[in-house]
Write a protein that binds this ligand. Structure first.
Ligand code: TRP
Ligand code: ZN
Ligand code: CA
Length: 437
Protein backbone atom coordinates (compact mmCIF):
# COMPACT_ATOMS: atom_id res chain seq x y z
CA UNK A 1 0.00 0.00 0.00
CA UNK A 2 1.26 3.45 -0.81
CA UNK A 3 2.13 5.74 2.08
CA UNK A 4 -0.82 7.71 3.30
CA UNK A 5 -0.91 11.29 4.33
CA UNK A 6 -1.76 11.97 7.95
CA UNK A 7 -5.33 13.05 8.25
CA UNK A 8 -8.08 13.67 10.65
CA UNK A 9 -10.41 10.72 10.79
CA UNK A 10 -14.01 11.75 10.50
CA UNK A 11 -16.82 9.42 11.43
CA UNK A 12 -19.94 9.05 9.37
CA UNK A 13 -21.97 7.96 12.37
CA UNK A 14 -23.64 11.31 12.84
CA UNK A 15 -25.23 11.09 9.47
CA UNK A 16 -26.45 7.55 9.88
CA UNK A 17 -29.54 8.69 11.73
CA UNK A 18 -31.14 9.80 8.47
CA UNK A 19 -32.67 6.56 7.30
CA UNK A 20 -35.75 7.51 5.32
CA UNK A 21 -35.77 6.48 1.69
CA UNK A 22 -36.55 9.53 -0.41
CA UNK A 23 -37.53 8.71 -3.94
CA UNK A 24 -38.79 11.77 -5.72
CA UNK A 25 -41.67 11.42 -8.11
CA UNK A 26 -40.89 12.38 -11.67
CA UNK A 27 -41.27 16.09 -12.34
CA UNK A 28 -44.84 16.53 -13.58
CA UNK A 29 -45.24 16.55 -17.32
CA UNK A 30 -41.58 17.01 -18.17
CA UNK A 31 -40.54 14.51 -20.84
CA UNK A 32 -36.83 14.01 -21.32
CA UNK A 33 -35.87 16.34 -24.13
CA UNK A 34 -32.99 15.40 -26.38
CA UNK A 35 -32.18 18.71 -28.07
CA UNK A 36 -32.66 22.37 -27.33
CA UNK A 37 -35.82 23.51 -29.08
CA UNK A 38 -35.31 26.29 -31.57
CA UNK A 39 -37.45 28.41 -33.85
CA UNK A 40 -37.41 27.04 -37.42
CA UNK A 41 -35.05 28.97 -39.72
CA UNK A 42 -36.38 30.58 -42.89
CA UNK A 43 -35.39 29.79 -46.44
CA UNK A 44 -33.40 32.87 -47.48
CA UNK A 45 -34.66 34.04 -50.89
CA UNK A 46 -31.83 33.75 -53.41
CA UNK A 47 -33.33 36.59 -55.46
CA UNK A 48 -32.96 38.97 -52.52
CA UNK A 49 -29.30 38.06 -52.02
CA UNK A 50 -28.67 38.51 -55.73
CA UNK A 51 -30.39 41.89 -55.68
CA UNK A 52 -27.85 43.03 -53.06
CA UNK A 53 -25.02 41.75 -55.27
CA UNK A 54 -26.44 43.68 -58.22
CA UNK A 55 -26.37 46.82 -56.09
CA UNK A 56 -22.77 46.20 -55.05
CA UNK A 57 -21.83 45.66 -58.71
CA UNK A 58 -23.53 48.95 -59.66
CA UNK A 59 -21.71 50.73 -56.86
CA UNK A 60 -18.36 49.42 -58.13
CA UNK A 61 -19.19 50.32 -61.72
CA UNK A 62 -20.11 53.85 -60.68
CA UNK A 63 -16.94 54.25 -58.60
CA UNK A 64 -14.01 53.29 -60.79
CA UNK A 65 -14.68 49.55 -60.86
CA UNK A 66 -13.97 48.59 -57.26
CA UNK A 67 -15.16 48.85 -53.66
CA UNK A 68 -11.72 48.93 -52.06
CA UNK A 69 -10.65 50.47 -48.74
CA UNK A 70 -10.12 54.20 -49.09
CA UNK A 71 -12.00 54.38 -52.41
CA UNK A 72 -15.49 55.86 -52.81
CA UNK A 73 -17.00 52.48 -53.73
CA UNK A 74 -16.32 51.23 -50.22
CA UNK A 75 -18.23 53.92 -48.36
CA UNK A 76 -21.05 53.66 -50.92
CA UNK A 77 -21.24 49.92 -50.14
CA UNK A 78 -21.44 50.68 -46.41
CA UNK A 79 -24.19 53.23 -46.97
CA UNK A 80 -26.23 50.80 -49.07
CA UNK A 81 -26.12 48.10 -46.40
CA UNK A 82 -26.66 50.51 -43.55
CA UNK A 83 -29.75 51.97 -45.23
CA UNK A 84 -31.34 48.51 -45.48
CA UNK A 85 -30.57 47.72 -41.85
CA UNK A 86 -31.82 51.03 -40.49
CA UNK A 87 -35.09 50.62 -42.37
CA UNK A 88 -35.46 47.14 -40.87
CA UNK A 89 -35.14 48.27 -37.25
CA UNK A 90 -31.49 47.52 -36.50
CA UNK A 91 -29.34 49.74 -34.34
CA UNK A 92 -26.40 50.50 -36.60
CA UNK A 93 -23.00 51.89 -35.68
CA UNK A 94 -20.23 53.04 -37.97
CA UNK A 95 -16.78 52.49 -36.48
CA UNK A 96 -13.99 54.42 -38.18
CA UNK A 97 -10.29 53.66 -38.24
CA UNK A 98 -7.31 54.74 -40.29
CA UNK A 99 -5.25 52.45 -42.49
CA UNK A 100 -2.69 53.32 -45.18
CA UNK A 101 -3.56 56.98 -44.73
CA UNK A 102 -7.27 56.49 -45.49
CA UNK A 103 -10.33 56.29 -43.27
CA UNK A 104 -11.81 52.83 -43.00
CA UNK A 105 -15.24 51.79 -41.73
CA UNK A 106 -16.75 48.84 -39.92
CA UNK A 107 -20.53 48.65 -39.92
CA UNK A 108 -22.10 47.00 -36.88
CA UNK A 109 -25.80 46.20 -36.61
CA UNK A 110 -27.51 45.09 -33.41
CA UNK A 111 -30.94 43.50 -33.34
CA UNK A 112 -32.65 44.80 -30.19
CA UNK A 113 -33.31 42.13 -27.56
CA UNK A 114 -31.82 38.83 -26.51
CA UNK A 115 -29.42 38.11 -23.67
CA UNK A 116 -26.76 40.86 -23.59
CA UNK A 117 -24.38 38.38 -22.01
CA UNK A 118 -24.66 36.01 -24.97
CA UNK A 119 -23.93 37.83 -28.21
CA UNK A 120 -23.97 35.75 -31.37
CA UNK A 121 -22.12 37.61 -34.07
CA UNK A 122 -22.06 37.00 -37.83
CA UNK A 123 -19.83 38.97 -40.16
CA UNK A 124 -18.31 39.47 -43.58
CA UNK A 125 -15.73 41.81 -45.05
CA UNK A 126 -17.28 44.37 -47.32
CA UNK A 127 -14.18 45.72 -49.05
CA UNK A 128 -12.89 44.48 -52.39
CA UNK A 129 -9.36 44.58 -53.74
CA UNK A 130 -8.63 47.51 -56.06
CA UNK A 131 -8.43 45.20 -59.08
CA UNK A 132 -12.17 44.62 -59.35
CA UNK A 133 -15.67 44.87 -57.90
CA UNK A 134 -15.25 41.95 -55.48
CA UNK A 135 -18.64 40.37 -55.99
CA UNK A 136 -17.74 36.86 -54.86
CA UNK A 137 -14.92 38.21 -52.62
CA UNK A 138 -16.77 39.38 -50.66
CA UNK A 139 -20.02 40.78 -51.93
CA UNK A 140 -21.32 37.23 -51.51
CA UNK A 141 -20.71 36.99 -47.75
CA UNK A 142 -21.79 40.61 -47.26
CA UNK A 143 -25.07 40.04 -49.09
CA UNK A 144 -25.75 36.75 -47.32
CA UNK A 145 -25.23 38.31 -43.91
CA UNK A 146 -27.37 41.32 -44.88
CA UNK A 147 -30.26 39.20 -46.12
CA UNK A 148 -30.09 37.02 -43.00
CA UNK A 149 -30.30 40.13 -40.85
CA UNK A 150 -33.26 41.35 -42.88
CA UNK A 151 -34.90 37.95 -42.43
CA UNK A 152 -34.47 38.32 -38.66
CA UNK A 153 -36.39 41.57 -38.93
CA UNK A 154 -39.09 40.13 -41.20
CA UNK A 155 -39.61 37.30 -38.73
CA UNK A 156 -39.78 39.71 -35.80
CA UNK A 157 -37.39 37.25 -34.20
CA UNK A 158 -37.13 37.32 -30.44
CA UNK A 159 -33.91 35.36 -30.00
CA UNK A 160 -32.55 34.05 -26.73
CA UNK A 161 -29.08 35.33 -27.62
CA UNK A 162 -28.45 38.90 -28.66
CA UNK A 163 -27.81 39.00 -32.42
CA UNK A 164 -25.13 41.24 -33.92
CA UNK A 165 -23.97 41.52 -37.51
CA UNK A 166 -20.74 43.09 -38.77
CA UNK A 167 -19.31 44.23 -42.11
CA UNK A 168 -15.58 44.75 -41.96
CA UNK A 169 -13.42 47.28 -43.74
CA UNK A 170 -9.90 46.76 -45.07
CA UNK A 171 -9.85 42.97 -44.78
CA UNK A 172 -7.88 42.85 -48.00
CA UNK A 173 -5.12 44.90 -46.37
CA UNK A 174 -4.72 42.31 -43.59
CA UNK A 175 -7.98 42.12 -41.62
CA UNK A 176 -7.48 45.69 -40.46
CA UNK A 177 -11.12 46.45 -39.68
CA UNK A 178 -11.95 43.28 -37.78
CA UNK A 179 -8.70 43.52 -35.81
CA UNK A 180 -9.59 47.08 -34.93
CA UNK A 181 -13.05 46.04 -33.78
CA UNK A 182 -11.83 43.18 -31.60
CA UNK A 183 -8.89 45.13 -30.16
CA UNK A 184 -11.12 48.03 -29.19
CA UNK A 185 -13.81 45.95 -27.54
CA UNK A 186 -13.64 46.31 -23.76
CA UNK A 187 -12.76 42.97 -22.17
CA UNK A 188 -16.26 42.69 -20.68
CA UNK A 189 -17.84 43.12 -24.12
CA UNK A 190 -15.46 40.60 -25.64
CA UNK A 191 -16.41 38.05 -23.02
CA UNK A 192 -20.07 38.46 -23.93
CA UNK A 193 -19.57 37.24 -27.52
CA UNK A 194 -20.63 33.59 -27.49
CA UNK A 195 -19.49 33.01 -31.05
CA UNK A 196 -18.41 34.67 -34.28
CA UNK A 197 -19.45 33.23 -37.65
CA UNK A 198 -17.49 34.38 -40.70
CA UNK A 199 -18.66 34.49 -44.30
CA UNK A 200 -15.90 35.28 -46.78
CA UNK A 201 -16.52 33.99 -50.34
CA UNK A 202 -19.66 31.87 -50.27
CA UNK A 203 -20.54 31.73 -53.99
CA UNK A 204 -17.34 30.79 -55.83
CA UNK A 205 -18.14 29.91 -59.46
CA UNK A 206 -16.60 26.43 -59.20
CA UNK A 207 -17.66 25.93 -55.59
CA UNK A 208 -16.55 23.68 -52.79
CA UNK A 209 -18.40 23.45 -49.50
CA UNK A 210 -15.88 24.08 -46.76
CA UNK A 211 -16.69 24.46 -43.06
CA UNK A 212 -14.18 25.93 -40.63
CA UNK A 213 -13.12 23.38 -38.01
CA UNK A 214 -12.69 25.67 -35.03
CA UNK A 215 -15.40 25.69 -32.38
CA UNK A 216 -17.18 22.29 -32.44
CA UNK A 217 -20.63 23.74 -31.70
CA UNK A 218 -20.48 26.31 -34.49
CA UNK A 219 -18.97 23.77 -36.87
CA UNK A 220 -21.60 21.22 -35.90
CA UNK A 221 -24.53 23.51 -36.59
CA UNK A 222 -23.23 24.44 -40.04
CA UNK A 223 -22.50 20.81 -40.87
CA UNK A 224 -25.98 19.84 -39.68
CA UNK A 225 -27.45 22.17 -42.26
CA UNK A 226 -25.46 20.71 -45.12
CA UNK A 227 -26.27 17.19 -43.94
CA UNK A 228 -29.96 18.11 -43.95
CA UNK A 229 -29.78 19.05 -47.65
CA UNK A 230 -27.51 16.13 -48.52
CA UNK A 231 -24.47 18.20 -49.49
CA UNK A 232 -21.11 16.80 -48.36
CA UNK A 233 -18.67 19.24 -46.78
CA UNK A 234 -14.94 19.32 -46.16
CA UNK A 235 -12.88 21.04 -43.54
CA UNK A 236 -11.67 24.44 -44.72
CA UNK A 237 -7.89 24.26 -45.26
CA UNK A 238 -7.16 26.95 -47.84
CA UNK A 239 -5.78 29.26 -45.23
CA UNK A 240 -6.74 29.31 -41.60
CA UNK A 241 -6.30 32.83 -40.34
CA UNK A 242 -6.82 34.39 -43.77
CA UNK A 243 -10.05 36.12 -42.90
CA UNK A 244 -11.87 38.11 -40.23
CA UNK A 245 -12.54 35.22 -37.88
CA UNK A 246 -8.81 35.21 -37.05
CA UNK A 247 -8.81 38.27 -34.74
CA UNK A 248 -11.85 36.86 -32.90
CA UNK A 249 -10.19 33.49 -32.54
CA UNK A 250 -7.01 35.13 -31.28
CA UNK A 251 -9.07 36.87 -28.61
CA UNK A 252 -10.40 33.53 -27.40
CA UNK A 253 -13.84 33.88 -28.97
CA UNK A 254 -15.33 30.68 -30.48
CA UNK A 255 -15.36 31.00 -34.28
CA UNK A 256 -16.85 29.20 -37.26
CA UNK A 257 -17.72 29.84 -40.86
CA UNK A 258 -18.12 28.58 -44.39
CA UNK A 259 -16.16 29.13 -47.59
CA UNK A 260 -16.47 28.01 -51.22
CA UNK A 261 -12.80 28.27 -52.18
CA UNK A 262 -10.43 30.80 -53.72
CA UNK A 263 -7.37 30.30 -55.93
CA UNK A 264 -6.77 26.63 -55.17
CA UNK A 265 -7.83 24.09 -57.83
CA UNK A 266 -10.73 21.68 -57.32
CA UNK A 267 -9.55 18.07 -57.27
CA UNK A 268 -11.23 15.36 -59.31
CA UNK A 269 -12.56 13.80 -56.11
CA UNK A 270 -14.10 17.15 -55.19
CA UNK A 271 -15.60 17.54 -58.67
CA UNK A 272 -17.11 14.08 -58.35
CA UNK A 273 -18.85 14.92 -55.11
CA UNK A 274 -19.75 18.58 -55.77
CA UNK A 275 -19.86 18.87 -59.53
CA UNK A 276 -17.94 21.63 -61.30
CA UNK A 277 -14.58 21.44 -63.02
CA UNK A 278 -11.63 19.44 -61.73
CA UNK A 279 -8.23 21.05 -62.13
CA UNK A 280 -9.75 24.52 -62.19
CA UNK A 281 -9.61 27.08 -59.37
CA UNK A 282 -12.66 27.35 -57.13
CA UNK A 283 -12.58 31.02 -58.12
CA UNK A 284 -10.57 31.82 -61.25
CA UNK A 285 -11.43 35.50 -60.77
CA UNK A 286 -10.14 35.66 -57.20
CA UNK A 287 -8.77 39.19 -56.62
CA UNK A 288 -9.19 39.95 -60.33
CA UNK A 289 -11.21 42.39 -62.42
CA UNK A 290 -13.52 39.56 -63.51
CA UNK A 291 -14.90 39.07 -59.98
CA UNK A 292 -18.18 40.57 -61.18
CA UNK A 293 -21.87 39.65 -60.92
CA UNK A 294 -21.08 36.94 -63.47
CA UNK A 295 -18.61 35.33 -61.05
CA UNK A 296 -21.27 33.83 -58.80
CA UNK A 297 -22.56 30.28 -58.49
CA UNK A 298 -26.24 30.68 -57.60
CA UNK A 299 -26.61 27.24 -56.06
CA UNK A 300 -23.71 27.83 -53.69
CA UNK A 301 -24.99 31.30 -52.83
CA UNK A 302 -28.45 29.89 -52.10
CA UNK A 303 -27.24 26.98 -49.98
CA UNK A 304 -24.73 29.03 -48.03
CA UNK A 305 -27.19 31.84 -47.33
CA UNK A 306 -29.62 29.25 -45.99
CA UNK A 307 -26.85 27.66 -43.92
CA UNK A 308 -26.03 31.07 -42.49
CA UNK A 309 -29.66 31.69 -41.50
CA UNK A 310 -29.94 28.18 -40.09
CA UNK A 311 -26.91 28.77 -37.87
CA UNK A 312 -28.18 32.14 -36.64
CA UNK A 313 -31.62 30.76 -35.89
CA UNK A 314 -30.40 27.53 -34.33
CA UNK A 315 -27.73 29.08 -32.15
CA UNK A 316 -29.59 32.30 -31.45
CA UNK A 317 -32.96 30.89 -30.47
CA UNK A 318 -32.04 27.67 -28.64
CA UNK A 319 -33.55 27.60 -25.19
CA UNK A 320 -31.92 25.53 -22.45
CA UNK A 321 -33.45 22.08 -22.04
CA UNK A 322 -35.42 21.87 -18.80
CA UNK A 323 -34.20 19.09 -16.52
CA UNK A 324 -36.07 15.82 -16.93
CA UNK A 325 -37.70 13.77 -14.17
CA UNK A 326 -35.44 13.14 -11.19
CA UNK A 327 -35.32 10.20 -8.78
CA UNK A 328 -33.24 10.40 -5.61
CA UNK A 329 -32.20 8.17 -2.76
CA UNK A 330 -31.02 10.17 0.23
CA UNK A 331 -30.67 7.24 2.61
CA UNK A 332 -27.13 7.12 3.93
CA UNK A 333 -25.15 3.96 3.19
CA UNK A 334 -22.00 3.36 5.22
CA UNK A 335 -18.84 2.59 3.28
CA UNK A 336 -16.61 0.54 5.57
CA UNK A 337 -12.96 0.01 4.68
CA UNK A 338 -12.39 -2.30 1.71
CA UNK A 339 -16.04 -3.11 1.14
CA UNK A 340 -18.51 -2.83 -1.70
CA UNK A 341 -21.91 -1.28 -1.08
CA UNK A 342 -24.88 -0.38 -3.25
CA UNK A 343 -27.77 2.03 -2.95
CA UNK A 344 -30.99 1.46 -4.95
CA UNK A 345 -33.32 3.71 -6.87
CA UNK A 346 -36.44 2.22 -8.39
CA UNK A 347 -37.65 4.20 -11.37
CA UNK A 348 -41.24 3.92 -12.55
CA UNK A 349 -43.69 5.93 -14.60
CA UNK A 350 -41.34 6.63 -17.49
CA UNK A 351 -41.53 5.20 -20.99
CA UNK A 352 -38.91 3.80 -23.31
CA UNK A 353 -35.22 3.75 -22.68
CA UNK A 354 -33.05 6.01 -20.58
CA UNK A 355 -31.47 8.95 -22.41
CA UNK A 356 -27.98 9.07 -23.87
CA UNK A 357 -27.39 11.87 -21.39
CA UNK A 358 -28.60 10.26 -18.18
CA UNK A 359 -27.28 12.44 -15.35
CA UNK A 360 -26.03 10.67 -12.25
CA UNK A 361 -25.62 13.01 -9.31
CA UNK A 362 -23.38 11.57 -6.59
CA UNK A 363 -22.86 12.94 -3.07
CA UNK A 364 -20.44 10.77 -1.10
CA UNK A 365 -18.73 11.84 2.08
CA UNK A 366 -15.33 10.15 2.41
CA UNK A 367 -11.98 11.01 3.93
CA UNK A 368 -9.90 9.96 0.89
CA UNK A 369 -11.94 9.79 -2.30
CA UNK A 370 -9.11 8.14 -4.24
CA UNK A 371 -10.15 4.92 -2.44
CA UNK A 372 -13.42 4.80 -4.32
CA UNK A 373 -14.50 3.07 -7.51
CA UNK A 374 -18.03 4.08 -8.46
CA UNK A 375 -20.39 2.50 -10.98
CA UNK A 376 -23.98 2.92 -12.00
CA UNK A 377 -25.66 -0.47 -12.32
CA UNK A 378 -28.63 -0.92 -14.63
CA UNK A 379 -31.39 -3.41 -13.82
CA UNK A 380 -29.69 -6.17 -15.86
CA UNK A 381 -26.43 -5.61 -13.99
CA UNK A 382 -24.64 -3.65 -16.72
CA UNK A 383 -22.07 -1.46 -15.00
CA UNK A 384 -21.34 2.07 -16.18
CA UNK A 385 -18.08 3.28 -14.70
CA UNK A 386 -18.42 6.73 -13.17
CA UNK A 387 -15.11 6.98 -11.37
CA UNK A 388 -11.92 4.96 -10.96
CA UNK A 389 -9.74 4.75 -7.87
CA UNK A 390 -6.61 6.83 -7.62
CA UNK A 391 -3.61 6.44 -5.34
CA UNK A 392 -2.92 10.15 -5.57
CA UNK A 393 -6.34 11.75 -5.20
CA UNK A 394 -6.34 12.45 -1.47
CA UNK A 395 -9.17 14.98 -1.47
CA UNK A 396 -12.30 14.46 0.60
CA UNK A 397 -15.72 13.57 -0.79
CA UNK A 398 -17.22 12.95 -4.20
CA UNK A 399 -19.71 15.60 -5.21
CA UNK A 400 -20.17 15.23 -8.92
CA UNK A 401 -22.67 14.81 -11.74
CA UNK A 402 -21.75 12.21 -14.34
CA UNK A 403 -23.34 11.83 -17.76
CA UNK A 404 -23.98 8.26 -18.86
CA UNK A 405 -25.13 7.01 -22.24
CA UNK A 406 -27.80 4.66 -20.90
CA UNK A 407 -29.84 4.60 -24.09
CA UNK A 408 -29.76 0.80 -24.30
CA UNK A 409 -31.38 0.42 -20.86
CA UNK A 410 -35.09 0.66 -20.07
CA UNK A 411 -35.73 3.80 -18.01
CA UNK A 412 -38.03 2.00 -15.57
CA UNK A 413 -36.61 -0.53 -13.14
CA UNK A 414 -34.04 -0.94 -10.43
CA UNK A 415 -30.92 1.17 -10.74
CA UNK A 416 -28.11 0.95 -8.21
CA UNK A 417 -25.10 3.01 -7.34
CA UNK A 418 -22.20 0.68 -6.52
CA UNK A 419 -19.33 2.03 -4.48
CA UNK A 420 -16.19 -0.01 -3.87
CA UNK A 421 -13.67 1.13 -1.29
CA UNK A 422 -10.39 -0.40 -2.44
CA UNK A 423 -7.80 0.86 0.08
CA UNK A 424 -7.42 0.82 3.85
CA UNK A 425 -7.45 3.69 6.27
CA UNK A 426 -10.31 5.88 5.05
CA UNK A 427 -14.06 5.39 5.10
CA UNK A 428 -17.26 7.31 4.51
CA UNK A 429 -20.85 7.02 3.38
CA UNK A 430 -23.13 7.58 0.44
CA UNK A 431 -24.99 10.71 1.52
CA UNK A 432 -27.37 10.76 -1.46
CA UNK A 433 -27.47 10.14 -5.17
CA UNK A 434 -29.94 10.83 -7.95
CA UNK A 435 -30.81 10.07 -11.54
CA UNK A 436 -32.07 12.78 -13.88
CA UNK A 437 -33.61 11.44 -17.10
N1 TRP B 1 -10.32 37.08 -48.42
C1 TRP B 1 -9.59 35.87 -48.16
C2 TRP B 1 -8.14 36.08 -48.58
O1 TRP B 1 -7.89 36.78 -49.53
C3 TRP B 1 -10.19 34.73 -48.92
C4 TRP B 1 -9.73 33.45 -48.38
C5 TRP B 1 -8.73 32.67 -48.82
C6 TRP B 1 -10.33 32.77 -47.30
N2 TRP B 1 -8.66 31.55 -48.06
C7 TRP B 1 -9.60 31.60 -47.13
C8 TRP B 1 -11.40 33.05 -46.47
C9 TRP B 1 -9.97 30.70 -46.10
C10 TRP B 1 -11.73 32.18 -45.49
C11 TRP B 1 -11.02 31.04 -45.29
O2 TRP B 1 -7.25 35.60 -47.95
ZN1 ZN C 1 -12.26 37.83 -48.87
CA1 CA D 1 -10.73 3.01 2.62
Amino acid sequence: MSPRRAHKFRTAAGALTALAVVVLAPTAGAPAATAAPTVAAPDIPLANVKAHLAQLQSIATANGGNRAHGRPGYLASVNYIRGKLDAAGFTTTLQTFTSSGATGYNLIADWPGGDPNQVLMSGAHLDSVTAGPGINDNGSGSAGVLETALAVSRAGLQPTQHLRFGWWGAEELGMIGSKYYVNNLPATERARISGYLNFDMIASPNPGYFVYDDDPTLEGVLKDYFASIGVPTEIETEGDGRSDHAPFKNAGIPVGGIFTGAERAKTSAQATKWGGTAGQAFDRCYHASCDTSANINDTALDRNSDALAYAVWTLGTAVPVPPGPTFENATDVTIADNTTVTSPITVSGLTGNAPATLKVGVDIKHTWRGDLVIDLLAADGTAYRLKNSSGSDSADNVLATYTVNASSEPANGLWRLRVQDVASGDVGYIDSWKLTF
